[in-house]
Design a binder for this molecule. Structure first.
Ligand code: ADP
Length: 430
Protein backbone atom coordinates (compact mmCIF):
# COMPACT_ATOMS: atom_id res chain seq x y z
CA UNK A 1 0.00 0.00 0.00
CA UNK A 2 1.40 3.40 -0.94
CA UNK A 3 1.99 6.13 1.64
CA UNK A 4 -0.11 9.34 1.45
CA UNK A 5 2.97 11.26 0.25
CA UNK A 6 3.66 8.80 -2.62
CA UNK A 7 -0.02 8.91 -3.55
CA UNK A 8 0.02 12.74 -3.60
CA UNK A 9 3.18 12.76 -5.76
CA UNK A 10 1.71 10.17 -8.14
CA UNK A 11 -1.49 12.21 -8.49
CA UNK A 12 0.58 15.38 -9.12
CA UNK A 13 2.61 13.44 -11.75
CA UNK A 14 -0.59 12.18 -13.37
CA UNK A 15 -1.93 15.75 -13.50
CA UNK A 16 1.36 16.89 -15.05
CA UNK A 17 1.24 14.09 -17.63
CA UNK A 18 -2.28 15.09 -18.66
CA UNK A 19 -1.57 18.87 -18.51
CA UNK A 20 1.62 18.56 -20.65
CA UNK A 21 0.00 17.42 -23.95
CA UNK A 22 -3.03 19.67 -23.29
CA UNK A 23 -0.61 22.66 -22.91
CA UNK A 24 1.20 21.56 -26.01
CA UNK A 25 -1.93 21.52 -28.19
CA UNK A 26 -4.04 24.32 -26.62
CA UNK A 27 -1.34 26.67 -25.28
CA UNK A 28 0.91 26.57 -22.22
CA UNK A 29 -1.38 28.61 -20.02
CA UNK A 30 -4.20 26.04 -20.55
CA UNK A 31 -1.79 23.28 -19.50
CA UNK A 32 -0.69 25.20 -16.41
CA UNK A 33 -4.29 26.03 -15.60
CA UNK A 34 -5.27 22.37 -15.77
CA UNK A 35 -2.29 21.35 -13.63
CA UNK A 36 -3.02 24.05 -11.01
CA UNK A 37 -6.71 23.16 -10.91
CA UNK A 38 -5.93 19.52 -10.31
CA UNK A 39 -3.51 20.41 -7.45
CA UNK A 40 -6.08 22.81 -5.95
CA UNK A 41 -8.73 20.07 -6.16
CA UNK A 42 -6.46 17.72 -4.25
CA UNK A 43 -5.75 20.34 -1.60
CA UNK A 44 -9.45 21.13 -1.21
CA UNK A 45 -10.16 17.46 -0.67
CA UNK A 46 -7.45 17.27 1.98
CA UNK A 47 -8.74 20.42 3.71
CA UNK A 48 -12.23 18.97 3.76
CA UNK A 49 -11.05 15.80 5.49
CA UNK A 50 -8.82 17.79 7.81
CA UNK A 51 -11.83 19.91 8.86
CA UNK A 52 -13.82 16.70 9.41
CA UNK A 53 -11.02 15.30 11.59
CA UNK A 54 -10.79 18.57 13.52
CA UNK A 55 -14.51 18.50 14.26
CA UNK A 56 -14.53 14.82 15.21
CA UNK A 57 -11.49 15.06 17.52
CA UNK A 58 -13.35 17.63 19.65
CA UNK A 59 -16.21 15.18 20.35
CA UNK A 60 -15.30 11.71 19.11
CA UNK A 61 -18.36 9.56 18.38
CA UNK A 62 -18.39 6.05 17.08
CA UNK A 63 -20.69 6.47 14.07
CA UNK A 64 -20.29 6.93 10.33
CA UNK A 65 -19.23 10.61 10.55
CA UNK A 66 -15.58 9.71 10.14
CA UNK A 67 -15.41 8.41 6.59
CA UNK A 68 -13.02 9.43 3.84
CA UNK A 69 -11.39 8.35 0.64
CA UNK A 70 -7.93 7.25 -0.30
CA UNK A 71 -5.27 7.68 2.38
CA UNK A 72 -7.83 9.36 4.65
CA UNK A 73 -9.91 6.23 4.73
CA UNK A 74 -6.97 4.30 6.29
CA UNK A 75 -6.27 7.09 8.84
CA UNK A 76 -9.94 7.43 9.77
CA UNK A 77 -10.30 3.64 10.08
CA UNK A 78 -7.34 3.42 12.48
CA UNK A 79 -8.59 6.38 14.54
CA UNK A 80 -12.05 4.83 14.73
CA UNK A 81 -10.66 1.49 15.95
CA UNK A 82 -8.39 3.24 18.44
CA UNK A 83 -11.26 5.31 19.81
CA UNK A 84 -13.46 2.22 20.03
CA UNK A 85 -10.80 0.31 22.02
CA UNK A 86 -10.27 3.32 24.26
CA UNK A 87 -13.99 3.56 25.03
CA UNK A 88 -14.13 -0.18 25.71
CA UNK A 89 -11.22 0.12 28.16
CA UNK A 90 -12.78 3.13 29.87
CA UNK A 91 -16.11 1.28 30.27
CA UNK A 92 -14.25 -1.75 31.64
CA UNK A 93 -12.29 0.39 34.12
CA UNK A 94 -15.48 2.22 35.15
CA UNK A 95 -17.14 -1.13 35.79
CA UNK A 96 -14.17 -2.30 37.87
CA UNK A 97 -14.14 0.92 39.90
CA UNK A 98 -17.91 0.67 40.44
CA UNK A 99 -17.45 -2.92 41.64
CA UNK A 100 -14.69 -1.87 44.04
CA UNK A 101 -16.87 0.94 45.40
CA UNK A 102 -19.80 -1.45 45.77
CA UNK A 103 -17.53 -3.90 47.64
CA UNK A 104 -16.34 -1.06 49.90
CA UNK A 105 -19.96 -0.08 50.54
CA UNK A 106 -20.92 -3.67 51.34
CA UNK A 107 -18.32 -3.94 54.12
CA UNK A 108 -19.78 -4.01 57.60
CA UNK A 109 -16.69 -2.15 58.83
CA UNK A 110 -16.23 1.52 58.08
CA UNK A 111 -13.60 2.23 55.41
CA UNK A 112 -12.07 5.64 54.69
CA UNK A 113 -9.29 6.37 52.21
CA UNK A 114 -7.12 9.39 53.04
CA UNK A 115 -4.47 11.19 51.02
CA UNK A 116 -1.09 12.23 52.43
CA UNK A 117 -2.69 15.30 54.07
CA UNK A 118 -5.48 13.25 55.66
CA UNK A 119 -8.04 14.57 53.20
CA UNK A 120 -10.92 12.18 52.53
CA UNK A 121 -10.73 10.44 49.15
CA UNK A 122 -13.46 7.89 49.79
CA UNK A 123 -15.63 6.78 52.68
CA UNK A 124 -18.27 4.07 52.74
CA UNK A 125 -21.76 4.28 54.21
CA UNK A 126 -20.79 2.48 57.41
CA UNK A 127 -18.02 5.02 58.07
CA UNK A 128 -20.49 7.84 57.36
CA UNK A 129 -22.79 6.51 60.08
CA UNK A 130 -20.01 5.71 62.53
CA UNK A 131 -18.23 9.06 62.32
CA UNK A 132 -21.05 11.34 61.16
CA UNK A 133 -19.50 12.00 57.74
CA UNK A 134 -21.35 12.81 54.51
CA UNK A 135 -19.36 11.32 51.62
CA UNK A 136 -20.93 13.60 49.00
CA UNK A 137 -19.89 16.85 50.66
CA UNK A 138 -16.96 15.76 52.83
CA UNK A 139 -14.82 14.26 50.05
CA UNK A 140 -11.63 16.33 49.82
CA UNK A 141 -12.02 17.69 53.39
CA UNK A 142 -9.36 17.06 56.08
CA UNK A 143 -10.86 14.38 58.31
CA UNK A 144 -9.63 16.04 61.50
CA UNK A 145 -11.90 19.02 60.72
CA UNK A 146 -14.85 16.65 60.79
CA UNK A 147 -13.89 14.23 63.57
CA UNK A 148 -12.45 16.53 66.19
CA UNK A 149 -12.09 14.28 69.22
CA UNK A 150 -8.60 15.09 70.59
CA UNK A 151 -7.56 11.42 70.95
CA UNK A 152 -8.47 10.82 67.29
CA UNK A 153 -6.53 13.87 66.08
CA UNK A 154 -3.52 12.86 68.21
CA UNK A 155 -3.63 9.30 66.86
CA UNK A 156 -3.76 10.42 63.24
CA UNK A 157 -1.01 12.97 63.68
CA UNK A 158 1.12 10.66 65.81
CA UNK A 159 2.05 8.41 62.85
CA UNK A 160 2.25 5.36 65.11
CA UNK A 161 -0.35 2.99 63.74
CA UNK A 162 0.99 -0.24 65.19
CA UNK A 163 -2.01 -0.44 67.55
CA UNK A 164 -5.61 0.50 66.79
CA UNK A 165 -7.21 3.44 68.59
CA UNK A 166 -10.24 2.71 70.79
CA UNK A 167 -12.57 5.67 70.50
CA UNK A 168 -15.68 6.24 72.60
CA UNK A 169 -17.62 8.51 70.28
CA UNK A 170 -19.23 11.69 71.50
CA UNK A 171 -21.94 11.52 68.81
CA UNK A 172 -23.62 8.31 69.98
CA UNK A 173 -23.10 7.85 73.67
CA UNK A 174 -21.94 4.34 74.52
CA UNK A 175 -20.63 3.62 71.02
CA UNK A 176 -17.11 2.23 71.04
CA UNK A 177 -15.08 2.22 67.81
CA UNK A 178 -11.75 0.59 67.05
CA UNK A 179 -9.84 2.61 64.44
CA UNK A 180 -6.96 1.06 62.57
CA UNK A 181 -4.88 3.06 60.08
CA UNK A 182 -3.06 1.09 57.38
CA UNK A 183 -0.57 3.09 55.23
CA UNK A 184 -0.64 2.14 51.55
CA UNK A 185 0.64 3.35 48.20
CA UNK A 186 3.36 5.59 49.66
CA UNK A 187 1.82 8.14 52.00
CA UNK A 188 -1.86 7.32 51.55
CA UNK A 189 -3.85 5.73 54.36
CA UNK A 190 -6.68 3.30 54.64
CA UNK A 191 -8.68 3.73 57.82
CA UNK A 192 -10.67 0.73 59.04
CA UNK A 193 -13.34 1.45 61.65
CA UNK A 194 -14.85 -1.45 63.60
CA UNK A 195 -17.86 -1.06 65.86
CA UNK A 196 -16.85 -2.67 69.16
CA UNK A 197 -19.88 -1.52 71.17
CA UNK A 198 -21.38 -4.98 71.48
CA UNK A 199 -18.15 -6.82 72.29
CA UNK A 200 -17.14 -4.03 74.71
CA UNK A 201 -20.48 -4.45 76.47
CA UNK A 202 -20.03 -8.23 76.59
CA UNK A 203 -16.49 -7.80 77.92
CA UNK A 204 -17.77 -5.49 80.65
CA UNK A 205 -20.59 -7.90 81.47
CA UNK A 206 -18.11 -10.78 81.70
CA UNK A 207 -15.81 -8.78 83.96
CA UNK A 208 -18.73 -7.69 86.14
CA UNK A 209 -19.97 -11.26 86.26
CA UNK A 210 -16.61 -12.67 87.35
CA UNK A 211 -16.31 -9.89 89.95
CA UNK A 212 -19.85 -10.61 91.19
CA UNK A 213 -19.34 -14.37 91.41
CA UNK A 214 -16.05 -13.86 93.27
CA UNK A 215 -17.71 -11.44 95.62
CA UNK A 216 -20.71 -13.73 96.25
CA UNK A 217 -18.47 -16.72 97.02
CA UNK A 218 -15.90 -14.76 98.99
CA UNK A 219 -18.36 -13.77 101.72
CA UNK A 220 -19.37 -17.30 102.78
CA UNK A 221 -15.80 -18.51 102.23
CA UNK A 222 -14.45 -15.83 104.57
CA UNK A 223 -16.97 -16.85 107.23
CA UNK A 224 -16.07 -20.53 106.79
CA UNK A 225 -12.33 -19.84 106.91
CA UNK A 226 -12.82 -17.70 110.03
CA UNK A 227 -14.65 -20.45 111.90
CA UNK A 228 -12.15 -23.08 110.79
CA UNK A 229 -9.29 -20.94 112.07
CA UNK A 230 -11.10 -20.44 115.38
CA UNK A 231 -11.70 -24.18 115.72
CA UNK A 232 -8.04 -24.88 114.99
CA UNK A 233 -6.85 -22.39 117.57
CA UNK A 234 -9.25 -22.96 120.43
CA UNK A 235 -11.24 -25.89 121.67
CA UNK A 236 -14.71 -24.41 122.30
CA UNK A 237 -17.35 -25.93 124.53
CA UNK A 238 -19.66 -28.47 122.88
CA UNK A 239 -22.65 -26.11 122.44
CA UNK A 240 -20.38 -23.37 121.08
CA UNK A 241 -18.80 -25.86 118.67
CA UNK A 242 -22.32 -26.83 117.51
CA UNK A 243 -23.19 -23.24 116.90
CA UNK A 244 -20.02 -22.79 114.83
CA UNK A 245 -20.70 -25.94 112.81
CA UNK A 246 -24.31 -24.84 112.16
CA UNK A 247 -23.09 -21.48 110.88
CA UNK A 248 -20.45 -23.19 108.73
CA UNK A 249 -23.06 -25.58 107.30
CA UNK A 250 -25.28 -22.56 106.52
CA UNK A 251 -22.47 -20.85 104.60
CA UNK A 252 -21.50 -23.96 102.66
CA UNK A 253 -25.18 -24.49 101.79
CA UNK A 254 -25.25 -20.92 100.55
CA UNK A 255 -22.22 -21.56 98.31
CA UNK A 256 -23.86 -24.72 97.04
CA UNK A 257 -27.01 -22.79 96.09
CA UNK A 258 -24.98 -20.16 94.25
CA UNK A 259 -23.00 -22.77 92.32
CA UNK A 260 -26.19 -24.72 91.56
CA UNK A 261 -27.92 -21.59 90.18
CA UNK A 262 -24.81 -20.68 88.18
CA UNK A 263 -24.78 -24.13 86.62
CA UNK A 264 -28.51 -23.93 85.83
CA UNK A 265 -27.99 -20.54 84.20
CA UNK A 266 -25.05 -21.72 82.16
CA UNK A 267 -26.83 -24.90 81.03
CA UNK A 268 -29.88 -22.88 79.97
CA UNK A 269 -27.64 -20.48 78.03
CA UNK A 270 -25.69 -23.15 76.21
CA UNK A 271 -28.51 -25.64 75.68
CA UNK A 272 -30.00 -26.08 72.21
CA UNK A 273 -33.52 -24.64 71.69
CA UNK A 274 -36.03 -26.43 73.95
CA UNK A 275 -37.71 -29.51 72.54
CA UNK A 276 -41.39 -29.11 71.74
CA UNK A 277 -42.86 -31.49 74.28
CA UNK A 278 -46.31 -30.83 75.74
CA UNK A 279 -46.06 -29.84 79.40
CA UNK A 280 -49.07 -30.95 81.42
CA UNK A 281 -50.14 -27.75 83.18
CA UNK A 282 -52.50 -29.47 85.61
CA UNK A 283 -49.60 -31.53 86.98
CA UNK A 284 -47.20 -28.60 86.95
CA UNK A 285 -49.62 -26.29 88.79
CA UNK A 286 -50.24 -28.98 91.37
CA UNK A 287 -46.50 -29.43 91.94
CA UNK A 288 -46.01 -25.66 92.23
CA UNK A 289 -48.79 -25.49 94.85
CA UNK A 290 -47.23 -28.30 96.89
CA UNK A 291 -43.73 -26.71 96.70
CA UNK A 292 -45.13 -23.31 97.72
CA UNK A 293 -46.97 -24.86 100.66
CA UNK A 294 -43.82 -26.67 101.78
CA UNK A 295 -41.74 -23.46 101.56
CA UNK A 296 -44.42 -21.36 103.26
CA UNK A 297 -44.93 -23.94 106.04
CA UNK A 298 -48.45 -22.67 106.62
CA UNK A 299 -47.52 -18.97 106.89
CA UNK A 300 -49.41 -17.93 103.71
CA UNK A 301 -52.65 -18.53 101.92
CA UNK A 302 -51.85 -20.19 98.61
CA UNK A 303 -54.40 -20.18 95.81
CA UNK A 304 -54.09 -21.77 92.35
CA UNK A 305 -56.49 -20.58 89.64
CA UNK A 306 -56.67 -22.13 86.20
CA UNK A 307 -59.21 -21.94 83.42
CA UNK A 308 -58.17 -25.50 82.64
CA UNK A 309 -57.37 -24.55 79.06
CA UNK A 310 -54.28 -25.40 77.11
CA UNK A 311 -50.90 -26.86 77.89
CA UNK A 312 -47.52 -25.36 77.17
CA UNK A 313 -45.10 -26.94 74.82
CA UNK A 314 -41.37 -26.68 75.38
CA UNK A 315 -38.88 -27.91 77.94
CA UNK A 316 -40.69 -29.20 81.04
CA UNK A 317 -37.62 -28.77 83.27
CA UNK A 318 -36.90 -25.17 82.09
CA UNK A 319 -40.50 -24.13 82.58
CA UNK A 320 -40.78 -25.84 85.98
CA UNK A 321 -37.58 -24.09 87.07
CA UNK A 322 -38.82 -20.67 85.85
CA UNK A 323 -42.27 -20.95 87.43
CA UNK A 324 -40.78 -22.50 90.59
CA UNK A 325 -38.47 -19.47 91.00
CA UNK A 326 -41.38 -17.03 90.65
CA UNK A 327 -43.47 -18.92 93.19
CA UNK A 328 -40.55 -19.30 95.64
CA UNK A 329 -39.83 -15.55 95.41
CA UNK A 330 -43.48 -14.76 96.12
CA UNK A 331 -43.36 -16.93 99.28
CA UNK A 332 -39.97 -15.57 100.40
CA UNK A 333 -40.79 -11.90 99.89
CA UNK A 334 -44.29 -12.05 101.42
CA UNK A 335 -44.49 -11.72 105.18
CA UNK A 336 -46.44 -14.32 107.16
CA UNK A 337 -50.20 -13.91 106.85
CA UNK A 338 -50.00 -12.77 103.22
CA UNK A 339 -51.46 -14.48 100.20
CA UNK A 340 -50.05 -15.90 96.98
CA UNK A 341 -52.15 -16.47 93.88
CA UNK A 342 -50.88 -18.63 91.01
CA UNK A 343 -52.88 -18.15 87.80
CA UNK A 344 -52.80 -20.03 84.48
CA UNK A 345 -55.14 -18.78 81.76
CA UNK A 346 -55.62 -18.48 78.03
CA UNK A 347 -55.28 -15.00 76.49
CA UNK A 348 -56.09 -13.66 73.01
CA UNK A 349 -52.34 -13.86 72.17
CA UNK A 350 -51.71 -17.32 73.67
CA UNK A 351 -51.60 -17.98 77.40
CA UNK A 352 -50.11 -16.53 80.57
CA UNK A 353 -48.73 -17.80 83.84
CA UNK A 354 -48.93 -15.25 86.68
CA UNK A 355 -47.87 -15.15 90.31
CA UNK A 356 -49.50 -12.46 92.45
CA UNK A 357 -48.41 -11.84 96.02
CA UNK A 358 -49.36 -9.43 98.78
CA UNK A 359 -45.72 -9.11 99.85
CA UNK A 360 -43.20 -6.32 100.40
CA UNK A 361 -43.40 -5.09 96.80
CA UNK A 362 -40.63 -3.46 94.77
CA UNK A 363 -39.88 0.19 94.11
CA UNK A 364 -40.41 1.03 90.40
CA UNK A 365 -36.79 2.10 89.92
CA UNK A 366 -35.53 -1.45 90.58
CA UNK A 367 -37.93 -3.25 88.25
CA UNK A 368 -35.96 -2.87 84.97
CA UNK A 369 -32.86 -4.35 86.61
CA UNK A 370 -34.38 -7.28 88.51
CA UNK A 371 -33.43 -9.89 85.89
CA UNK A 372 -29.73 -8.89 85.93
CA UNK A 373 -27.51 -11.51 87.51
CA UNK A 374 -26.94 -10.89 91.23
CA UNK A 375 -29.17 -7.81 91.28
CA UNK A 376 -31.08 -7.54 94.53
CA UNK A 377 -33.23 -4.75 95.94
CA UNK A 378 -32.07 -5.52 99.45
CA UNK A 379 -28.96 -7.70 99.64
CA UNK A 380 -29.39 -8.49 103.34
CA UNK A 381 -33.01 -9.51 102.94
CA UNK A 382 -32.23 -11.71 99.93
CA UNK A 383 -29.49 -13.46 101.91
CA UNK A 384 -31.79 -13.92 104.91
CA UNK A 385 -34.41 -15.68 102.77
CA UNK A 386 -31.76 -17.84 101.08
CA UNK A 387 -31.66 -15.96 97.76
CA UNK A 388 -28.74 -16.11 95.35
CA UNK A 389 -29.69 -13.15 93.17
CA UNK A 390 -29.82 -15.43 90.14
CA UNK A 391 -33.45 -16.61 90.27
CA UNK A 392 -34.97 -13.98 87.97
CA UNK A 393 -32.01 -14.21 85.55
CA UNK A 394 -32.83 -17.93 85.21
CA UNK A 395 -36.53 -17.10 84.77
CA UNK A 396 -35.80 -14.56 82.04
CA UNK A 397 -33.55 -16.95 80.11
CA UNK A 398 -35.96 -19.88 80.35
CA UNK A 399 -38.84 -17.70 79.17
CA UNK A 400 -36.80 -16.18 76.32
CA UNK A 401 -36.07 -19.66 75.08
CA UNK A 402 -39.83 -20.20 74.84
CA UNK A 403 -40.43 -16.81 73.14
CA UNK A 404 -42.26 -15.68 76.29
CA UNK A 405 -42.08 -12.22 77.88
CA UNK A 406 -41.80 -11.48 81.58
CA UNK A 407 -43.85 -8.56 82.84
CA UNK A 408 -43.39 -7.26 86.40
CA UNK A 409 -45.74 -4.89 88.19
CA UNK A 410 -45.35 -4.02 91.83
CA UNK A 411 -46.10 -1.50 94.52
CA UNK A 412 -43.92 -1.20 97.62
CA UNK A 413 -45.84 -2.49 100.62
CA UNK A 414 -48.76 -3.74 98.51
CA UNK A 415 -47.37 -6.72 96.64
CA UNK A 416 -46.06 -7.79 93.24
CA UNK A 417 -47.24 -9.55 90.13
CA UNK A 418 -44.92 -11.50 87.79
CA UNK A 419 -46.55 -12.52 84.51
CA UNK A 420 -45.03 -14.80 81.86
CA UNK A 421 -46.81 -14.27 78.53
CA UNK A 422 -46.55 -17.10 75.99
CA UNK A 423 -47.34 -16.77 72.28
CA UNK A 424 -50.00 -19.05 70.73
CA UNK A 425 -47.22 -21.06 69.04
CA UNK A 426 -46.16 -22.34 72.49
CA UNK A 427 -49.63 -23.37 73.63
CA UNK A 428 -51.44 -26.56 72.66
CA UNK A 429 -55.03 -27.69 73.23
CA UNK A 430 -56.70 -24.30 73.36
P1 ADP B 1 -32.96 -13.62 94.93
O1 ADP B 1 -32.30 -14.93 94.93
O2 ADP B 1 -32.23 -12.56 95.65
O3 ADP B 1 -34.39 -13.69 95.29
P2 ADP B 1 -33.95 -13.11 92.30
O4 ADP B 1 -33.20 -12.93 91.01
O5 ADP B 1 -34.93 -14.19 92.37
O6 ADP B 1 -32.86 -13.16 93.41
O7 ADP B 1 -34.70 -11.75 92.57
C1 ADP B 1 -33.98 -10.53 92.49
C2 ADP B 1 -34.52 -9.55 93.47
O8 ADP B 1 -35.84 -9.20 93.11
C3 ADP B 1 -34.65 -10.10 94.86
O9 ADP B 1 -33.45 -9.94 95.58
C4 ADP B 1 -35.74 -9.23 95.43
O10 ADP B 1 -35.20 -8.02 95.92
C5 ADP B 1 -36.62 -8.93 94.25
N1 ADP B 1 -37.82 -9.77 94.19
C6 ADP B 1 -37.97 -10.86 93.43
N2 ADP B 1 -39.22 -11.37 93.57
C7 ADP B 1 -39.86 -10.57 94.45
C8 ADP B 1 -41.17 -10.54 95.00
N3 ADP B 1 -42.11 -11.46 94.68
N4 ADP B 1 -41.46 -9.55 95.85
C9 ADP B 1 -40.57 -8.61 96.18
N5 ADP B 1 -39.30 -8.56 95.67
C10 ADP B 1 -38.95 -9.54 94.82
Amino acid sequence: MSSPLTRALLLALLAALIAWPVGHFFGAWVGWMLFSLSLAGQMLLHFRYFALLDRWSKAPVLDATLEGEGAWDGVFGRLYRHEKELQRLIAQREQEVAMLIAAGQALTDGVILLDEHNHILFCNTTAEQQLGLVARTDRGQPIINLVRQPEFVAYLEGHDFARPLTLRTERHEGTVLSIHVIPYSGSRRLMQVKDMTQSDRLDRMRRDFVANVSHELRTPLTVLAGFLETLQEIDPAADERHRYLDLMAEQSKRMQLIVQDLLTLSSIESAPPPENQPVDMVNLLDKLRRDAQALSAGRHTIIVESDGQGDLCGSASDLASAFGNLVANAVRYTPAGGSIRIVWQATPEGAEFAVHDSGIGIDAKHIPRLTERFYRVDRGRSRDVGGTGLGLAIVKHSLNRHQAQLEITSKPGAGSCFVARFPASRVVGL
